[in-house]
Design a protein around this ligand. Structure first.
Ligand SMILES: CC(C)(COP(=O)(O)OP(=O)(O)OC[C@H]1O[C@@H](n2cnc3c(N)ncnc32)[C@H](O)[C@@H]1OP(=O)(O)O)[C@@H](O)C(=O)NCCC(=O)NCCS
Length: 255
């Protein structure tokens, strides 16, 4: 188990999200490591009907989450799940969990420093059905302009980025929202995204946010740490970069 605080990360098999702000922490539980024992209280979330792979994924996700919380001094008790399956973080902290290919990963931050955190890990594979559900028309257009050899990996990165966006915004919005409600455009470090109007009052469609994307072999990891909206409604910019404006029109993203 390794907790990676900021960029002090040593070289690892699974690269951490790049350019993490200093207040955030990322951790990973690897399939090569002994299976972690879940904390007291968390075992109630494991049912006997769960297949072993799901039990292992849950345990590795929770282990990564505790390691990341320790790195920011917020590891206090079990991490239970809410009615939308979202992790319930200790008071004062927020974060997200993902698991794939035997890895569990978590990204956390003090709640006072961010509006929300998302992370998602995917194993690169061909998933033709994603084309029917994930891309918006403008996303389909930039995907279509890529070399055929890059297109499937870009599709999976887009899917992962939208899952990260979902995890970051779900605790704020409080209900499910679909892939068509966020528009993402590629950047050098991942994506710049924005939400449909009406979904989150503090994130109208003209307010963009960055999603990083990093490849480690056959794994793609995406992450989002939303800038904090100050009480005045102004966005605190310390430690963040805003992405470029998106090509989509406001009307295309209306909720
Ligand atoms: C919830 C969802 C994002 C989980 O992603 P996944 O690829 O299935 O699985 P991952 O391993 O990456 O993540 C699972 C973890 O996500 C977290 N999670 C589940 N539901 C969540 C929610 N509503 N909000 C935040 N986090 C959630 C949990 O920690 C879960 O792990 P756990 O059950 O062991 O605690 C996905 O199942 C889903 O419903 N996606 C559709 C919604 C969406 O992405 N909309 C696009 C918006 S642009």
């Amino acid at each position: 188990m390794t907790a990676l605080k900021n960029r002090a990360a040593a070289a690892v098999d699974l690269a951490p999200p790049p350019d993490l702000p200093t207040f955030a922490a990322f951790a990973v539980s690897r399939p090569s490591e002994p299976l972690p024992v879940v904390e007291s209280g968390e075992e109630d979330l494991l049912s006997s009907s769960m297949v072993p792979a799901r039990r292992e994924a849950f345990s590795r996700g929770r282990a990564a989450a505790h390691a990341a919380l320790r790195a920011i001094h917020f590891d206090r008790g079990p991490i239970l799940s809410g009615s939308g399956r979202e992790p319930l973080w200790p008071d004062g902290a927020t974060g997200a969990i993902s698991h794939a290919a035997g890895f569990g990963v978590a990204l956390v931050a003090p709640a006072e420093d961010t509006d929300g955190v998302g992370v998602d890990l995917e194993e690169l594979r061909n998933v033709p059905e994603l084309w029917d559900h994930v891309p918006r028309p403008e996303e389909r257009s930039w995907l279509g302009n890529l070399e055929a050899t890059e297109r499937e990996a870009a599709m999976l990165a887009l899917f992962s980025a939208k899952e990260s966006v979902f995890k970051a915004f779900f605790p704020r919005i409080g209900s499910y929202f679909g892939f068509e409600r966020a528009s993402l455009a590629p950047t050098a470090s991942g994506f710049v995204g924005r939400l449909a109007d009406g979904l989150d009052r503090d994130y109208p469609s003209h307010r963009t946010f960055a999603i990083t994307s990093v490849r480690s072999g056959d794994l793609v990891l995406t992450a989002v740490i939303l800038p904090k909206t100050a009480a005045s409604g102004e966005v605190s910019r310390s430690g963040y970069r805003d992405g470029p404006a998106l090509p989509t029109s406001e009307s295309e993203l209306e909720g």
